[in-house]
Design a protein around this ligand. Sequence first.
Ligand code: SF4
Ligand code: SF4
Length: 138
Amino acid sequence: MSTIENNNLPCFRCGVCCRKYQVRVTVGEARNIAEKLGINLTEFLRKYTDPRWPGSDSFLFLHQKGSCIFLREKPGSKTTGCAIHTFRPKDCRDWTPGPERPECQCGLADWGLTIKDGGLSGSEEAIRKFNSFLDTLK
Ligand code: SF4
Ligand code: SF4
């Protein structure tokens, strides 16, 4: 068992939340992201948003193969990346990880860990590996 100080579990980039939810973006955000990607809004909407959402003021990021189209899997790794991390939309920036979140708990299962009594529970080896990994994120 390893205590999580101040109930503060950092994001360990498992990507579960990016697989589970379709993020909503405003038209202003969509325009900004399109600009950063060097394409116009029309092309951005065609390539990266869900045509089933009939929005004109807001849009949903497209999901492909079960995850946000901007999620990047890293083969052989438990971690993922976001292709637009530095200019991701507000809904993504506002999302905070935490030990109480089922999504983060789901990601912890990949490390052989669970949350118990407010701390990380698992084998000593699993906890050591996870904490070493967290150190690399600092
Ligand atoms: S589920 Fe939690 S740990 Fe995993 S990417 Fe989302 S916020 Fe980070
Ligand atoms: S934009 Fe990035 S952070 Fe937001 S859901 Fe997609 S992959 Fe995740």
